[in-house]
Every structure is written in structure tokens, then in C-alpha cells.
Design a protein around this ligand. Structure first.
Ligand code: ZN
Length: 148
């Protein structure tokens, strides 16, 4: 997390960029860089369970609500891709085209995707173990004599 580079796909007019997300798209490593203070505030929102109603409403389109004084509606299309489009109805977003609510929702989406992938990996690992632990005798044992 110490690598600092210029933002590639977000026009964030703020100093102190922070390396946050790295993703692979068409064999290219892409980075999303956000202001450190915004990232910190987004983490606080996530920790205080202020991000809710996250749902995937279309192909790679996510919406969610963020409670931060009032409730904001955040929408993110293609969250971890070059063509990412995000919107929020707060004042900061209209000025900077990014805000802590969007980053907070990105965190929430990332967590959800991560949970799904981990579940898949666990299931994959189990079925693999089953395959290797069955030798030919065990397989023969499992064949009911009535079938032959
Ligand atoms: Zn916002």
C-alpha cells in the first residue's frame, strides 16, 4: 500500500492519492486510486454499518444506500473496471466526481464478491478431496451387486 501512482480512470482533483484497488482486465493490471482521507472516511462508514441495501440490479450494476447524516443513494456501474461509472447525490460528489459514499459502497461490493469467491473455493476444494480419496476398490464397493 505504499505505491503511489497517478490515477488512471478517475479524475480526482485531490492531493495524496492512495493506492486502493488493483484488478485485472484483459490481462492488464489496473489501479483505482483515491484520496487517503476519503478512503479512511469510507472505512468508518463501513465499520459503523452505515452502508446498506446493497444489491446487484443488473449486469455489473450495483446500488446501495449510505447513511451519513442523511441517506444517500449511490450507484456504481462496473465497480472494478476501467469503464467504472459511479454517482451519488451528495454535494461533495457534484464538486469532485467522487465521494466517501461511493468508496464505501465499493468496499461493500468488494467484500461481497470476496465472500462469494471464498464460498466457491471451499466447495471446489471439498469436491477435489472427494475425488482423490476414492480409489478403485472404494468405487467398486459402492456399486450395488444388484446392478450387475
Ligand atoms: Zn456521496
Amino acid at each position: 500500500m505504499t505505491q503511489f501512482t497517478r490515477p488512471i480512470h478517475l479524475q480526482v482533483v485531490l492531493p495524496n492519492y492512495k493506492y486502493l484497488f488493483v484488478m485485472k482486465e484483459k490481462n492488464q493490471m489496473l489501479e483505482l486510486i483515491y484520496d487517503e482521507e476519503l478512503v479512511h472516511q469510507a472505512e468508518l462508514l463501513l465499520e459503523s454499518n452505515s452502508i446498506f441495501n446493497l444489491s446487484n440490479i443488473g449486469s455489473n450494476l450495483y446500488v446501495g444506500n449510505v447513511k451519513d447524516g442523511k441517506i444517500y443513494e449511490v450507484e456504481i456501474q462496473s465497480p472494478f473496471a476501467k469503464k467504472q461509472k459511479a454517482s451519488c447525490d451528495c454535494v461533495f460528489f457534484t464538486q469532485h466526481k467522487i465521494c466517501k459514499h461511493i468508496i464505501g459502497l465499493l468496499f461493500a461490493i468488494r467484500n461481497e464478491i470476496k465472500t462469494k469467491q471464498e464460498t466457491k473455493e471451499v466447495i471446489g476444494e471439498k469436491s477435489k478431496q472427494k475425488l482423490t480419496s476414492l480409489n478403485i476398490n472404494q468405487m467398486l464397493d459402492e456399486i450395488n451387486p444388484c446392478w450387475i
